[in-house]
Ligand binder design. Structure first.
Ligand code: IMP
Length: 435
């Protein structure tokens, strides 16, 4: 059985949760490999709606072990709230495992994130204000706390005393309240007691599942264009949503990945600041935003909306080694007279077909569009590509042509059944396996 990575190919919010939900029946374990409570996904289970930030959505299935991998940053307050909420609604949370090596988001990380954004003013990143950047910053600076540290007051006191002085200096400099060591130690030790039963060496959990031949799903948060290395820096998140992040943050090696499913929406959205060549500022964009319910799950901020951009799509397929694609929200485009697809940029007087690594270059890029006649029919009841209006089929084929890999699912509504499923075949097979 394969190890499958699910990765967003745009700026996040592509609808990765629907794919996880679709595969859930055949999956034994779902692993989150990066990000923190900046992510948010809404999962509909029958009549019930669950909003999750940290816990992988697999938790709603009793046969799935949900793993928060070492690459995730965990705000224990959010996690405890989420576990309590799930338990109170009858979900068995004993199967939630959290890496002992995952880093902890402390209250001073959140305070620094918020203070820094306000200091940056107009130049702000537009973060979710969850302390993500400062937590990863401390991890790289070797000033971080790991989940296992929550189990030992002595270690906690030593780690917090080490990290706090520079935080307090910065906060004080920005006119914000500072923190004291002992209350933080007491708070963190209480989190440790509460979360102790969930802490585990998740690398061996994952490796064990793969060795037994179980299907493990690695779930990326955010998307490729927000990747710390591959996005338009500095308007990015502080981790690696790309498929390679599943290796460093999930506890596997590159040759253990069998399939990478890239998730896209039929248009694009972005939350937060940064260059966005195909952004729409007209009523077509407002219509897409309204029909697509494009509001941030975590912050409630309206998402910026634009046409689909094939330039970063080609880049994202390459850097993630995407083997197949799932295309979401095609139904939202019904009723638009002409749909535009960005196929290249005009940059400093030249036509450019490759995604520029420089954010400054991207902000000077203007889109070169190919026009597609739209369709008026609602798509919610369509279940095969052949039954799509011809213009919708042509649009899907054009995106597939730019991606260079097959689109295996097309989503035409929020329900699990509102999906067009094409022949399902993993693209890459392990050497030595038949077929
Ligand atoms: P941070 O991850 O909170 O530091 O925010 C950095 C950038 O990533 C900002 O532009 C956020 O809006 C964006 N971002 C973070 N998480 C998500 C997400 O789950 N969906 C969409 N954008 C996100």
């Amino acid at each position: 059985m394969p190890a499958t990575v699910i990765v967003g190919l745009q700026w996040g919010d592509e609808g990765k949760g629907k794919m996880t939900d679709f595969l859930a029946e055949q999956v034994a374990m779902v692993v989150r490999y990066q990000g923190g409570d900046n992510a948010g996904h809404t999962v509909v289970n029958g009549d019930e709606v669950f909003k999750l930030r940290l816990t992988p959505s697999g938790v709603l299935y009793s046969h799935i072990t949900s793993v928060i991998g070492n690459g995730v940053v965990v705000n224990p307050l959010t996690l405890i709230d989420e576990l309590d909420m799930l338990a109170s609604r009858g979900i068995d949370v004993a199967r939630v495992r959290v890496s002992r090596s995952a880093h902890v988001t402390m209250p001073y990380h959140v305070a620094l994130d918020v203070a820094n954004e306000s200091r940056l003013g107009e130049a702000k990143v537009g973060t979710t204000g969850r302390g993500i950047g400062p937590t990863y910053g401390d991890r790289a600076w070797r000033l971080g706390l790991r989940m296992e540290d929550l189990l030992d007051r002595g270690v906690l006191r030593e780690r917090i005393s080490r990290a706090l002085p520079d935080k307090n200096l910065l906060l004080k400099g920005m006119g914000d309240p500072t923190f004291e060591v002992e209350p933080l130690v007491a708070m963190a030790a209480a989190w440790g007691e509460r979360l102790r039963p969930h802490l585990d060496d998740t690398t061996w959990l994952v490796q064990g599942a793969l060795a037994r031949g179980e299907h493990v799903l690695f779930e990326g948060a955010q998307g490729t264009l927000l990747d710390l290395d591959h996005g338009s820096y500095p308007f990015v998140t502080s981790s690696n949503p790309v498929a390679g992040g599943a290796c460093t943050g999930g506890g596997i090696g590159p040759l253990q990945v069998d399939e990478v499913i890239g998730v896209i929406k039929a248009y694009s959205t972005r939350v937060g600041s940064g260059p966005y060549p195909t952004e729409l500022h007209d009523e077509i964009g407002a219509g897409i935003a309204a029909r697509g319910h494009e509001f941030g799950t975590v912050t409630g901020r309206p998402r910026r909306v634009g046409w689909f951009d094939a330039v970063p799509l080609r880049y994202a397929v390459a850097v993630n080694s995407v083997s197949s694609i799932t295309l979401n929200k095609l139904d939202i485009l019904s009723g638009i007279e002409t749909i535009q697809l960005c196929v290249a940029y005009e940059l400093d007087g030249r036509r450019v077909e490759t995604w520029p690594s420089s954010g400054a270059a991207l902000s000077r890029a203007t889109p070169v569009y190919e026009d597609f006649p739209g369709w008026v029919e609602p798509l919610h009841d369509v279940r095969s590509l052949a039954d799509l209006p011809e213009n919708a089929r042509r649009y899907v084929s054009a995106i597939e042509g730019h991606a260079g890999v097959p689109i295996i699912f097309v989503s035409v509504g929020p329900e699990r059944t509102q999906t067009i499923e094409r022949a399902w075949r993993p693209m890459r097979r392990r050497a030595g396996l038949p077929g």
